[in-house]
Design a protein around this ligand. Structure first.
Ligand SMILES: [Zn+2]
Ligand SMILES: [Zn+2]
Length: 163
């Protein structure tokens, strides 16, 4: 998706709106492809006193595995993007400014990068997921741990004595 901003680059107050879907279903995260639904991008570029401001949201429903209990779950993820655009870079170090290719904004590339960088490294099916017991594998959200506590050897000696 390439967006031509020629009409507003030199037009203070000019606005260009856009809306498109991004297919990121092939992107691999740790052997899974969680962005199975199209990422819907909607926003605008506005010329404010000769500064080009990009404002948009990108949203998709992710197909995830809980890192605690291993259950698959889905969650809508929406990110907000607000960046300045420029036709030439004044300061090479400024990573916040997106450089246009002439009058063209490569919106597909911009939103692919933004969305991927906002992907969580840890996903929980719910905030307080208790996960699985490392001993017995019980799902601690739904069942009690089945592990038998190791008996204190002094107590087992004592119980043998009492029998
Ligand atoms: Zn979970
Ligand atoms: Zn257990």
């Amino acid at each position: 998706m390439r967006l031509d901003l020629r009409g507003i680059i030199h037009l203070p107050g000019g606005v260009k709106t856009f809306e498109f879907d991004l297919d990121l279903s092939d992107l691999d995260f740790y052997g899974r492809k969680p962005i199975c639904e199209p990422v819907h991008v909607k926003g605008k570029v506005e010329n404010r006193a000769d500064m080009l401001i990009l404002e948009a949201t990108a949203s998709s429903e992710l197909d995830l595995l809980c890192d605690a209990c291993g259950k698959p779950f889905r969650r809508v993820k929406t990110i907000e993007v607000q960046r300045m655009l420029a036709t030439e870079l004044q300061d090479e170090e400024d990573d916040d400014i997106i450089l246009l290719d002439g009058s063209i904004l490569d919106a597909g590339e911009v939103f692919t990068t933004e969305f991927v960088l906002e992907m969580d490294t840890i996903n929980l099916c719910r905030e307080d997921c208790k996960g699985l017991c490392l001993g017995c594998g019980a799902d601690l959200n739904t069942e009690p741990c089945q592990c038998k506590p190791d008996m204190d050897p002094r107590l087992s000696a004592l119980s043998a004595l009492l029998e």
